[in-house]
Design a protein around this ligand. Structure first.
Ligand code: BGC
Length: 750
């Protein structure tokens, strides 16, 4: 086949139009002729396919790939997640709306500890992706919660890599069961928003392997995402998108990933290096990237083999997409049914942190004083690319009313009018209130005293919002604002004087300080940012229609500085002074803490107490754990434990299985989460036996010296806990022989 023709790139419309001076034999892409198509492609066509396109097939989608009509290659569409599909809800010239369901954010989904639930949620979510004509959902976000102040933590799952990896794998399976793709992001060590495009994360190989890559390893092996998104940041000196060891050696050669890697949405100088490293698609795509790739292919800097390798992967991706298969999307997903899925998911995930004197559940016939500006402006999701354009986000005022509570009408009106005034001012001043949550209006102590007499119970909603592009702060964000503190104090004093109780609802996108004020209130419910229906789930929990069963996917520290990573997190500009390029925690962040992240640190330092430990969450019932059994299998261990509902109402229990491993020449965490499960809804008196299987490889720790995963021989303790600090049953087993799995030492030194 002759290929000396002129290729015209029509970038604005995303089409590559080829005109030939020779009659072309018409070859069009099929699943089984990828190599033939590859042979027929011009170099121009090839490089164009490696760079993102712009388009308008689905308004609001984040990106596209190029179409090459001559070869039957369609344009494909990529749009954001993770709490649902992010597209524009309205289109010019059309009366139709294109709203998507706002599902619970990832942190709340992780709080369910329920992989089946996550898969159900994302099966519904993936249906919206398909029916709105999108090929890949740019999710799950799965960076580890290294520090509570990362502005995008709500898009991520946990401080623990196992929980994070399992949740991401379930997420991927659900979305992809619809025949659309996902993109596990942001690979890797993208743990802060400050200087997110350039920050160099300097991380030891052990911390990378055991923490920051471990969750991706699990997600890739168990979820098989179509795509992975390389992050903006650098890792040990190189941009992740240009790091061959990360994108090829580890991701593909070691873990068996066979999809495409795309860059996060910004171009770096090193397009050529990125392509060689195994970054197949440059998003969002610019002409300069096509030019660079073309020049490098012509000069031989990119070999034909490298070029074909990346293009082949793109073609393998394209043949899987709905656009290639000619799927006729309806633009009419069943939003009503999906709203129910979103609500159920929130119900199964919300955490009860405190419940003194069985304050909750309420009886349902109380007159409720509902406080807080967040009661009217509920935080369903978060800001930035993770935000979803939903038709409506239920707030606590409407949810409590719908659940049958009688609300103090004066307070309802007060907060509505404050909200209206703030919104008007916001419009006038053009201020971005959404960067931080809207200010809490003041209420006089006198007014609160009166309300305490008029009402039966106080429910105070405290809100926080955050998102892409900025990290949170300690003052007025991690910590309560002065107004919030005063409000809680006055409410606590007045209601307790009347022998009435105070419930707090934490509608927050990340961990906040709770130790200094939790004793002032009787109950605390933590729904995080629970999506469009989450307020209804909170109301059902307050009423006892739903028994809470979520548990914390991270630790709540007493003080911010109790967390080791706080010493290297840019929460305070003073810490970050210096010359550009050398600013500590801005230009580079040294992960001094190694693997001492989250509960791994708190468990190993018993002097530092926490406000709520990892894995913690209460129920309206109680559970007893039976005597566990742990047996060796051909490849690891199999453990079982029976859980019985010993209380008076039906409930579900999350069981966390930690392992304490013999040192084997390494300093190891006191215990590490190695498996978890959740019972079905157990009636009072009912039991369920949960089974956990863990392989020897999964029990291994990473030895930097030998660049190997090593499972030490000796006695292992297996601990079954209701949280990391509440171990209910233990067993031991003996590993007779050591095992090691050597891996490549390619990630750079810290
Ligand atoms: C974000 C990604 C997102 C992409 C496309 C980037 O700025 O970091 O998470 O998928 O934009 O919107």
């Amino acid at each position: 086949m002759k290929r000396d023709f002129i290729a015209l790139l029509c970038l604005s419309c995303g089409l590559l139009v080829a005109t030939s001076s020779f009659a072309q034999k018409n070859i069009t892409l099929r699943e089984d002729n990828i190599d033939d198509v590859l042979k027929d492609m011009t170099v121009e066509e090839k490089v164009t396919l490696l760079v993102g396109a712009s388009g308008d097939l689905v308004p609001g989608a984040a990106g596209y790939t190029h179409a090459i009509p001559r070869l039957g290659i369609p344009m494909t569409v990529l749009a954001d997640g993770p709490a649902g599909l992010r597209i524009q809800p309205k289109r010019e010239g059309s009366d139709q709306t294109f709203y998507c369901t706002g599902f619970p954010t990832s942190t709340l989904l992780a709080s369910s500890w329920d992989q089946e639930l996550v898969e159900t949620v994302t099966t519904a979510m993936g249906n919206e992706v398909l029916e709105y004509g999108v090929d890949v959902l740019l999710a799950p976000g799965m960076n580890l919660h290294r520090n509570p102040l990362c502005g995008r933590n709500f898009e991520y799952y946990s401080e623990d890599p196992l929980l994070s990896g399992k949740m991401a794998a379930a997420y991927i399976r659900g979305v992809q069961s619809n025949g659309v793709g996902t993109s596990a992001k942001h690979y890797a060590a993208n743990n802060q928003e400050t200087n997110r495009l350039e920050n160099d994360a300097r991380v030891s190989n052990r911390a990378l392997r055991e923490l920051y890559l471990k969750n991706f390893e699990i997600a890739v092996k168990e979820g098989k995402p179509w795509t992975v998104m390389s992050s903006y940041n650098k890792l040990n000196g190189d941009y992740t998108q240009q790091k061959h060891g990360l994108l090829t050696t580890v991701l593909r050669d070691e873990w068996g990933f066979d999809g495409i890697v795309m860059t996060d949405w910004g171009v770096k100088e090193g397009t050529v290096k990125a392509a060689k490293a195994g970054n197949d698609l440059m998003e969002s795509g610019r002409q300069v990237e096509i030019d660079r790739l073309l020049a490098a292919v012509n000069s031989g800097e990119i070999t034909q083999e490298e070029l074909d390798r990346n293009v082949r992967r793109m073609l393998q991706y394209i043949v899987k997409t709905p656009h290639f298969k000619g799927y006729k999307h309806s633009n009419k997903p069943d939003l009503k049914a999906h709203a129910q899925v979103a609500r159920k998911a929130a119900e199964e995930s919300i955490i009860l942190l405190r419940n003194e004197y069985n304050t909750l559940p309420l009886k349902g016939n109380e007159k409720v004083a509902l406080y807080g500006i967040t009661s009217v402006d509920f935080v369903g999701i978060g800001t930035g690319s993770g935000e979803v354009n939903t038709e409506h986000i239920a707030n606590m005022q409407e949810a409590m009313t719908a659940a049958g509570f009688t609300l103090d009408e004066n307070l309802v009106e007060y907060y509505r009018s404050c909200y209206a005034t703030q919104t008007a001012t916001e419009k006038m001043e053009g201020s971005a209130i959404d960067k931080r949550h809207r200010p809490e209006p003041t209420l006089s102590a006198k007014a609160i005293e009166r309300q305490a007499k008029d009402n039966d119970v106080a429910v105070v909603v405290i809100g926080r919002i955050a998102g892409e592009g900025a990290d949170r702060t300690v003052k007025d964000d991690f910590e309560l604002t002065a107004i919030e503190r005063e409000l809680l104090q006055n409410i606590s004093m007045s209601y307790h004087k009347e022998l009435k109780q105070v419930v707090v609802v934490l509608n927050i996108v990340g961990v906040i300080e709770t130790a200094s004020w939790k004793h002032m209130v009787d109950a605390i419910v933590l729904p995080w940012a629970p999506g469009q229906e989450g307020a209804h789930a909170v109301a059902d929990i307050l009423k006892g229609k739903v028994n809470p069963s979520g548990k914390l996917p991270m630790t709540f520290p007493i003080n911010y500085m109790d967390i080791l990573t706080s010493y290297t997190f840019p929460y305070n500009w003073e810490m970050t002074k210096g010359k550009k390029g050398e600013r500590k925690n801005v230009d580079y962040t040294q992960y001094y803490e190694g693997i001492d992240v989250g509960y791994r640190h708190f468990q190993s330092d018993p002097d530092v107490e926490v406000s709520y430990p990892f894995g913690y969450g209460l129920s309206y019932t109680t559970f007893a754990y039976g005597k566990p059994s742990v047996k060796a299998t051909a490849d690891g261990i199999k453990a079982t434990v029976t859980v019985t509902n010993t209380g008076k109402v039906a409930g579900r229990e999350v069981v966390e299985m930690y392992v304490s491993a013999p040192a084997g020449g390494l300093v190891k965490p006191v215990r590490e989460l190695k498996a978890f499960g959740k019972t079905k809804l157990l009636a009072p008196g009912a039991s369920e036996t949960l089974t956990f299987e863990v392989s020897a490889y999964e029990l291994a720790s990473f030895n930097e010296k030998s660049s190997a995963w090593e499972t030490a021989s000796g006695k292992y303790e297996v601990l079954f806990g209701a949280s990391v600090a509440d171990i209910r049953a233990t067993a031991t087993f003996k590993m007779s022989k050591e095992q090691a799995w050597k891996v490549h030492d390619v990630l750079g030194k810290k």
